[in-house]
Design a protein around this ligand. Structure first.
Ligand code: AMP
Ligand code: MG
Length: 339
């Protein structure tokens, strides 16, 4: 165990964080999506320590964070025209593109793949950390593997205190779910590997075809060959049992939960839903943007109150809400109750 430094987004603290990264240490930092756990993406030993601090399977690749297009040139061998257009439109922002990996990025960073996921974050503290350290930063979410991604510095410390050199406190993350991850099947086809704030609809003007990987909607066998290794792991789950309920309306949902309830039953509802008498309820918004912002926060709050079983209203699958649907399904092991 080590002492984890609590840093703020000030020039002095950012210099400390940048020096720690350059020395090979792990620093957690805010991004617009969730908090990342960063190391110099080019240093094998440092990247290895990310996997051990998180307890992350070695075949689950990390995303490399950059601050400008020059840095991109140094870590990939080829930038297709479509990637340049998407970078112009969405970077800095929550879009990760999978591109052919250059030699400078060791295999441990890419989970053994010959491609690398790259993104330019828009959070000013994340951009400053990349610039000040001069390092492309490999960073998965800064949680222990399997638990919900952290959207505050406190969440990071709850999971990582004593395991990492420092965390930069940048307040609550804006988006709340991880970036949209895409790859290109060819120059005209965008393949969404993981949904995020940037939706299929947002990407459609840039390609002849945009499609969503089947692993977003359904459980993938543990031994299956998948385009995006991270998608096969159960993920994002609180200790409570999460049960999404697909109900025709709120009355049907409430009647079902009332019939099932025990002492530690909770509900996770939309903001516009009424109360359910006798059952404690939390709420996570009325649209994809709000639900993305609140989902992981509510998961952690449900653990704090020792919820046993949580019945959840299901978001729709359109636009940004697909990212919420995907995280909820993965927390539930893709098991849904349909009424
Ligand atoms: P996390 O760091 O927890 O946000 O997870 C990053 C996710 O991005 C991984 O779990 C993969 O699903 C995806 N990813 C990163 N790099 C690649 C890659 N080279 N090929 C396919 N998927 C990737
Ligand atoms: Mg993660």
């Amino acid at each position: 165990m080590m002492e984890t430094k609590r840093l703020q987004y000030t020039t002095e603290d950012m210099e400390t964080a940048a020096a720690l990264l350059r020395s090979g240490a792990l620093v957690a930092f805010p991004t617009e999506t969730v908090y990342g756990l960063g190391a110099d993406a080019r240093r094998e030993e440092s990247v290895r320590s990310i996997f051990s601090a998180k307890g992350r399977p070695a075949d689950n690749p990390l995303i490399v964070h950059i601050a400008d297009m020059d840095m991109l040139q140094g870590i990939v061998t080829y930038i297709p025209e479509i990637a340049r257009k998407l970078a112009d439109a969405f970077w800095p922002g929550p879009l990760t593109m999978v591109l052919p990996k250059a030699e400078s990025i060791p295999a441990v960073t890419s989970g053994g793949l010959d491609t690398v996921g790259v993104r330019m974050p828009s959070h000013p503290a994340a951009l400053a950390l990349i610039r000040m350290s001069g390092c492309p930063i490999a960073a998965p979410s800064a949680n222990r593997s399997g638990s919900p991604s952290p959207t505050t510095a406190k969440h990071v410390l709850d999971d990582m205190d004593g395991r990492i050199a420092a965390v930069i406190d940048g307040g609550q993350c804006d988006v709340g779910v991880e970036s949209t991850v895409i790859c290109f099947d060819d120059d005209e086809t965008i393949h969404i590997l993981r949904p995020g704030l940037i939706s299929a609809e947002d990407l459609e003007p840039f390609a002849a075809h945009v499609y969503v990987d089947e692993a977003v909607y359904q459980q993938i066998a543990a031994d299956a060959k998948v385009a995006s290794p991270g998608m096969k792991y159960r993920h994002y789950a609180p200790h409570a049992k999460i049960i999404p309920v697909d109900a025709p309306d709120f009355a049907a949902f409430a009647a079902f939960v009332n019939a099932q309830k025990t002492d530690d039953t909770y509900c996770l509802l939309f903001d516009s839903d009424p109360e359910i008498a006798g059952i404690p309820c939390m709420r996570y918004g009325d649209n994809g943007r709000e639900q993305a912002h609140y989902l992981f926060l509510r998961f952690r709050e449900l653990d704090e109150v020792h919820a046993g079983t949580v019945y959840v209203r299901i978001p729709d699958k359109n636009g940004t809400a697909l990212s919420v649907y995907n995280r909820l399904m993965r927390a539930a092991g893709f098991e849904v109750i349909t009424l």
